[in-house]
Each structure stands twice: as structure tokens, then as C-alpha cells.
Design a protein around this ligand. Structure first.
Ligand code: AMP
Ligand code: TRP
Length: 328
């Protein structure tokens, strides 16, 4: 039986790119597979931060995940730093991860190019990610497209460790594969790049309808549609049409196609229709998040229980790993 693992950084806000690329899929998968979902605070401390801020962001992320439908009765939701086996296995994996593989990672190349002083943690980030996944023997990892290369490296690490320490033909670690959705890459509101907190082009999952409208209204559309009567092409409108495809029912998506090409709708009409469908999905999430914020003990209890469940599995893996490596 497959196992699921995925992680998300406590970056301050769960945005609709994270939600559509990953978290909505987590919610769907938790009913069918044994699932572990992790707020990866150890990954987040690679960028400079204030401790008080991190504490708040970690909690807010847990609340957003619970509000989005992650259900501790069906999965294990926990905070990474509460399970020290993640960093212990990372050290072990550091010893079998080729430096060249780390230097090839596009995320590393992009982020390190923007920094004056590059910390070792940035380079080793995907090794910790491999440890996250493999501690739980997860073979399916629901993520957005930007994580595919990191998962390739997780497979290299699993293979390298197996070939050194597991008998041939009986691998100890599975090779984890990405589990992608049709919404694997949500474009930011500027239409230039993927939606990302650091680019400031996001809609947060918990924004109000007014806040969402204030962002949708000026968002870029098909440049050919200067006037309402100009015919357009939805494929040249990745932001709004992309979100329609993610949030709206099939009948509305067909309506958008027809009305855009025939200039039956103006872009504002199209955006209003989108807002309506976004509200239908997001308003209940926002309401649940408010309720959870007012019940901190409920969130604490969920995270305590999650850490305990995760730790039991992680400790067992590490016992096996250390025994096979002569570390016992
Ligand atoms: P992060 O916020 O980087 O921890 O990302 C959490 C999850 O959201 C990962 O699975 C990412 O692949 C996914 N994700 C982040 N941004 C996007 C995006 N713009 N479109 C689709 N998925 C995304
Ligand atoms: N690197 C992932 C991201 O930035 C977060 C992450 C950490 C993760 N550990 C993971 C995702 C394990 C999947 C599995 O989005």
C-alpha cells in the first residue's frame, strides 16, 4: 500500500498556488492512503527570520491546513522540528549525496544567485526533503511542478542508500514519485511567473472576497482585448482562465471560452464569474480558519498528537537505518 508524504513551508500565508498545486490534493488523498503532512519549519529557517515570527507562521500554516480540510482523524499532521529524526536522517543522507547533484538543482541555482553569502543549508535543503519523505517510506508525494527536480534527487538518495546498505533485490527505501494535478503550476497575478509569496503576486487562501476582488480586478488578461468588443483567446489569459479552470465548474469554463472568443463578455464579467466560484470554495475555508484561531487548544492537541504519531514511525525507521549502517 502506498504511503503519502508532503511538506509545506510556514511561509506566512497559504496562497492559492500552494492550495491548488498541492494542498487540495492532500485533502483528496488522505481518505485513500496513509498520509503524513508536515509544516517544514527546519526548511524555513534557511532564510533570515525572527523567532517570534516563525512561531506565529508555523501555527498559522497549521490552522490554514486544517481549515482547508486536512483532517487529523484521517492523516498525520505535524511540525517538522518536533520530530528530530528528520535532521538525524538528513546527516546520514548527506554522506551519500553527491555534491554535483545538489549544485545542479534549479532552486539552488536561482536562490544562491540572489545572495551575497550562500549558506550550506540552502545547498543541503533537498537532502532534508529526502529525509522527510523517506523516514515514512512514502512513495507518493503530492506537490506542485516546482518540486519535481527535488524528488528526482530523493530517488537518487534512496537508490544510493539502498545500494550501500540494503541487500540487492530487497530495497529498504522506496523511490518516491511526485503526484501532480492539472493545477500543478498556478501563474501569479502579474502573469509573468509562478505564484509565489516572495514575488508578491499571490492571492492568500484566507483573503476576503473584497480583498480577492481588489487583486482580480487589475490582474492581466489577454492583451488583444483592449475594448470589450475585441474578441480574445482564453489561452492568452493564463491568470484568469487558469483560475477559472481551477475553481469553476465545466459549464462555466465552456461559457468563458465561448464568451471570450466571441467578445460576449468583457474581462470584468469574466472576473466576476471567477470571483463567485472562488468564493464558493474559499468562504467555508475562511470560516473554519476563524473558528480554529479562536480555539488554540484544539490546534495544539492536533499538532501534539500528530508529532507523537509521526515520531513513532520515524524512530522505527532510524533504528533500522542505524542497525544496517553499524551505528547501533
Ligand atoms: P512552498 O510554499 O514552497 O512550501 O510550497 C508548498 C507546495 O505548494 C509545494 O508542493 C509546491 O510545489 C506548491 N506550489 C507552490 N507554488 C505553486 C504554484 N504557483 N503553483 C502550483 N503549486 C505551487
Ligand atoms: N521543498 C518543498 C517546497 O518548497 C517543501 C518540502 C519540504 C516538501 N519537505 C518536503 C515537499 C517533502 C514534499 C515532500 O515546497
Amino acid at each position: 500500500m502506498s504511503r503519502i508524504f508532503s511538506g509545506i513551508q510556514p511561509s506566512g500565508e497559504l496562497h492559492i498556488g500552494n492550495y491548488l498545486g498541492a494542498v487540495r490534493n492532500w485533502v483528496a488523498l488522505q481518505a485513500h492512503y496513509e498520509s503524513f503532512f508536515c509544516v517544514v519549519d527546519y526548511h524555513a529557517i534557511i532564510a533570515a527570520y525572527a523567532p517570534e515570527d516563525l512561531r506565529r507562521r508555523t501555527r498559522e500554516m497549521a490552522i490554514s491546513l486544517l481549515a482547508a480540510g486536512i483532517d487529523p482523524a484521517h492523516c498525520t499532521l505535524f511540525v517538522q522540528s518536533r520530530v528530530p529524526e528528520h535532521t538525524e536522517l538528513q546527516w546520514i543522507f548527506n554522506t551519500i549525496t553527491p555534491l554535483g547533484e545538489l549544485e545542479r538543482q534549479v532552486a539552488f541555482k536561482e536562490k544562491s544567485a540572489r545572495q551575497e553569502q550562500v549558506m550550506a543549508g540552502l545547498l543541503n535543503y533537498p537532502v532534508l526533503q529526502a529525509a522527510d519523505i523517506l523516514l515514512y517510506h512514502a512513495d507518493r508525494v503530492p506537490v506542485g511542478e516546482d518540486q519535481v527536480q527535488h524528488l528526482e534527487l530523493s530517488r537518487v538518495i534512496a537508490r544510493n542508500w539502498n545500494s550501500r546498505f540494503a541487500p540487492e533485490g530487497d530495497p529498504y527505501f522506496p523511490e518516491p514519485k511526485p503526484e501532480l494535478t492539472p493545477t500543478r503550476r498556478i501563474v501569479g497575478l502579474d502573469g509573468n511567473a509562478k505564484m509565489s509569496k516572495s514575488l508578491g503576486n499571490t492571492i492568500a487562501l484566507l483573503e476576503t472576497p473584497d480583498e480577492i476582488w481588489a487583486k482580480l480586478r487589475p490582474a492581466v488578461t489577454d492583451p488583444a482585448r483592449v475594448k470589450k468588443t475585441d474578441p480574445g483567446n482564453p489561452d492568452n489569459c493564463p491568470v484568469i482562465f487558469g483560475l477559472h479552470k481551477a475553481f469553476s465548474p465545466a459549464a462555466t469554463i465552456a461559457e468563458v471560452e465561448t464568451n471570450c472568443r466571441a467578445a460576449g463578455w468583457g474581462c470584468v464579467d469574466c472576473k466576476k464569474s471567477l470571483l463567485e466560484h472562488m468564493n464558493a470554495e474559499l468562504t467555508p475555508i475562511r470560516t473554519r480558519a476563524q473558528a480554529l484561531t479562536e480555539q488554540p487548544s484544539l490546534v495544539d492537541a492536533a499538532l501534539d498528537a500528530g508529532a507523537e504519531k509521526a515520531r513513532a514511525v520515524a524512530q522505527q525507521t532510524l533504528r533500522h537505518v542505524k542497525a544496517r549502517m553499524g551505528l547501533d
